[in-house]
Structure formats: structure tokens, C-alpha cells
Write a protein that binds this ligand. Structure first.
Ligand code: HEC
Length: 405
């Protein structure tokens, strides 16, 4: 096309008209909204998963358009609580500002469908397991959860019958009764151990809590289940108004080859605190020194109802603190783990400081009783202060050896 002023004007006009159309066209379901739902919502919003309604089809999503707008604007959905100040996480589910606008504008425009031919291909969500079909599955015997009352932690030992050591590449805990399983920790009880309940130094295979994704360790890194081990499920049940039967299970996938690194789940915690009644901002810190070199993989804060914030910090060589994860709006109903986008090498001797903040005032919407002093305990109305962290160490080192300096 010859370059003359008429053409430039015409081109400019066409561009302006196209822009205007783009601006004027409200977001449509198939073209604009569905890709966002696939990326950020469907892992939970589909049948068999934890969310109350599926968001797979237009028919699913249409009645929820305004609720979706409100939930994403308020930052309630998708659940993700890492402060953008610090750290980058591989499992970051948060929406960009543009994605929030798309969902909100779609709702405001009356939730138009658009043309189904614009839809992205459906995500082939697996039925049941979110990991590939497991090589072995271990299930607890059915447990009868009563309709009400406080239930002490329950412990179920399930033998693996493994004749040889097994390296585990991926695991997924699936609760039988999602309503009543509040959280579950699956421990690896090595042969010779007689531990049955309570605190333990046994390695953890997986911590399950609402919002937790299955664990898939990077190539070359795996958890070890030694031959003859049992899996001990520690389950906290919270009755939900009607009796339920739970049979929680864990599926494991074996590593294809022996890994270079062994993954260990470590924790630093405090149980000697007393949170004064009414205190809106009570801090509890725990610190420690890494006994050996390790590659940090993930962080997982755990508190109960009065939890307000949690920070994981390391002290750099020159003494400066660096926050690795700050959860500034902690929400008890979501127990999430935060997987580092890039594993972080930590040197032997690194000082680590975890700080939990509790709000025991009447302003905390979940506080069951601001007039009480609160101490450590298992039940939700007691408190806990635990910072779990996964590290990868040389494959030959077990948890006990890791702590030998
Ligand atoms: C980690 C799992 C998970 C993800 C990811 C998730 N949700 Fe949810 N969602 C839930 C659960 C569980 C509930 C019910 C409990 C609640 O409301 O907190 C829920 C509730 C909702 C509700 C209902 C709120 C109400 O008014 O009752 C809406 C709307 C919603 N989600 C939208 C979304 C959208 C949109 C996305 C993605 C941008 C998303 N969710 C991602 C688990 C999830």
C-alpha cells in the first residue's frame, strides 16, 4: 500500500475502530473466562474435589457469575495468601489484575456465553487421583466420625509390606469424608520403631489439609520409604453435624530411578506460649540453625483459628534478614504449602527464624473466645505454631543424620 496521508488516516481509523470494538466487546465465557477458570479454579471446582460447585461448563458457571466477581475482587478466590513482597512460588494461584477485571466485567455484562468454537480444549482432569495412577495405595480402616463433639487425633498404622526400599516421586492423600477430615499427616514409621501416637521425629510423607495440592517432587529428588515401614496416618476429624464414615487413603508413585537427593520434611515449632486474652497482635517466634547444607523446596505455615500472619525468614551471611515467605492474611480454613519457584540452597549454619502472629481480639472474625488466654493444643480453639519446610539433601542422609553436625 502506497504511503500517503489518506492511507495513513484510513489505517489509523481501522485501528481505532478495532480498538473500540475490542474495548466495547464485553468478555465472553468461551473466549475469555473459561481459560481463566481452567488455569486457576477447576483444580478444586469440579466434581469429586473440595469446592461446593463445578466451574467446568458455561451452565456450571453462569449462575455463579456475580459470586465469582465478588469472590475474586475481595481476593477470597482462588485461595492464595503469600504477600507479593517476598518469594516466588511455583504453585502461585493468584490472579493478575487483568484476569480479575475479565471475570468481573463478564459478570457485569450479564455473563454472555460467546461462541463455543472459541473455547480452549477442555482440561483432561483425571477422575479420582490428581497424580498419575498410583503404583500403590494405602487406606485406613473405615472410621466412624460422630455427628458432634471434639475428637482427639486418631492414629492409624497401615503396613506397606515393602520388601525393598522405595523411592517415592509423588504422593496424594485423598480423604474419604472431605467434610470431616480437617487435616491428616502421614508419617513413615521405619521398622524397629514402636511409636504409635503423639510427637515424633519420624519423617513425614505428606501433610494434607484443605487446599493442599498433591506432592510431586522434581526429577532426581524423592522421599524414601525404607523396606518394612508402616505408614501412620494422624487424622484430625472435625464433626460436621451428621455422622460420617471416613476411609482416607494415600497413593504413591515410585521414582523411575534412584534419585540424587532425598526430600525430608522438617519443622520448627513452639508449644510453650500463652496468648493473652484480647491481644490483637501477639507474636511467637522460633529460630534454629541448619545443621547441614540443604536445598529448600517449600514452606508450610500452620496455626489455628486465631492465626493472623506467619513469616519465614533466613539470616544472610552478612547478617541481613531476608523474608522468604510472608503470609500476611492467614486464614485457618486454608492450610496451604508454598513451593519455591526455584529451590534455594541453604548453607550449613544458616539461621532460620519463623514468626507467627496471633489475633486474640474480638475483631478476629474466627476467634471463638477473646476473653480466654490461649495455649498450645490440638483442637482448633487451642493454638499451634508450626512452620514445616521441605528440604532436599544427599540421598544417603536420613533425618537423624541430617541433625548430626
Ligand atoms: C484450592 C481450591 C479452590 C480453588 C483453586 C478455587 N476455589 Fe473457589 N471455592 C473453594 C471452596 C472449598 C469453596 C467453598 C468454601 C468457601 O467458600 O470458602 C469455594 C467457594 C467459591 C465460591 C462461592 C463463594 C460463595 O459465595 O459461596 C466462588 C464464587 C468461587 N469459589 C469461585 C472461584 C473462582 C472463580 C476460582 C478461580 C479464580 C476459585 N474459586 C478457585 C475452593 C477453591
Amino acid at each position: 500500500m502506497p504511503y500517503n496521508i489518506e492511507n495513513v488516516v484510513r489505517q489509523g481509523l481501522i485501528a481505532a475502530v478495532t480498538l473500540a470494538c475490542l474495548k466495547a466487546r464485553p468478555p465472553e465465557f468461551y473466549q475469555d473466562v473459561l481459560p481463566i477458570l481452567q488455569r486457576h479454579c477447576q483444580e478444586c471446582h469440579r466434581s469429586g474435589e473440595m469446592a461446593p460447585m463445578p466451574l467446568i461448563t458455561y451452565q456450571d458457571a453462569r449462575p455463579w457469575a456475580k459470586a465469582i466477581r465478588d469472590a475474586v475482587r475481595r481476593g477470597e478466590m482462588p485461595p492464595w495468601f503469600a504477600d507479593p513482597c517476598c518469594g516466588k512460588f511455583a504453585n502461585d494461584r493468584s490472579l493478575t489484575g487483568a484476569e480479575i477485571s475479565t471475570l468481573a466485567n463478564w459478570a457485569e455484562a450479564g455473563a454472555p456465553a460467546g461462541d463455543q468454537r472459541d473455547a480452549p480444549p477442555p482440561v483432561p482432569w483425571a477422575d479420582g487421583w490428581n497424580i498419575a495412577p498410583p503404583d500403590a495405595v494405602f487406606e485406613i480402616p473405615p472410621f466412624h466420625v460422630p455427628a458432634s463433639g471434639a475428637i482427639e487425633y486418631q492414629y492409624f498404622a497401615v503396613p506397606t509390606h515393602f520388601q525393598q526400599d522405595r523411592w517415592i516421586q509423588a504422593v496424594e492423600v485423598r480423604p474419604g469424608s472431605r467434610k470431616s477430615v480437617h487435616h491428616a499427616v502421614v508419617y513413615i514409621r521405619e521398622p524397629g520403631s514402636t511409636w504409635t501416637s503423639g510427637p515424633t521425629k519420624a519423617d513425614i510423607l505428606q501433610v494434607y489439609a484443605p487446599g493442599a495440592a498433591p506432592e510431586v517432587w522434581p526429577e532426581g529428588m524423592a522421599k524414601l520409604i525404607p523396606a518394612g515401614s508402616d505408614l501412620v496416618f494422624e487424622i484430625h476429624y472435625t464433626p460436621d453435624g451428621k455422622p460420617e464414615i471416613d476411609s482416607t487413603k494415600i497413593g504413591v508413585i515410585f521414582a523411575k530411578r534412584a534419585p540424587e537427593k532425598r526430600v525430608l520434611t522438617l519443622q520448627m515449632d513452639r508449644s510453650d506460649f500463652a496468648i493473652p486474652p484480647g491481644d490483637p497482635d501477639y507474636q511467637v517466634s522460633v529460630w534454629g540453625t541448619l545443621p547441614n547444607d540443604a536445598l529448600l523446596l517449600s514452606l508450610f505455615p500452620h496455626m489455628h483459628l486465631r492465626g493472623k500472619a506467619f513469616e519465614f525468614m533466613r539470616i544472610l551471611g552478612d547478617g541481613r534478614p531476608e523474608v522468604m515467605l510472608r503470609v500476611s492474611k492467614y486464614n485457618f480454613f486454608w492450610q496451604l504449602d508454598y513451593k519455591l519457584a526455584l529451590p534455594l540452597p541453604l548453607k550449613k549454619g544458616t539461621r532460620l527464624v519463623w514468626t507467627a502472629t496471633f489475633d486474640n481480639s474480638a475483631n478476629h472474625p474466627l476467634n471463638p473466645d477473646p476473653s480466654k488466654e490461649v495455649r498450645y493444643g490440638h483442637q482448633s480453639w487451642d493454638e499451634m505454631m508450626v512452620g514445616f519446610f521441605d528440604v532436599a539433601v544427599d540421598a544417603g542422609i536420613d533425618k537423624r543424620q541430617f541433625f548430626v553436625r
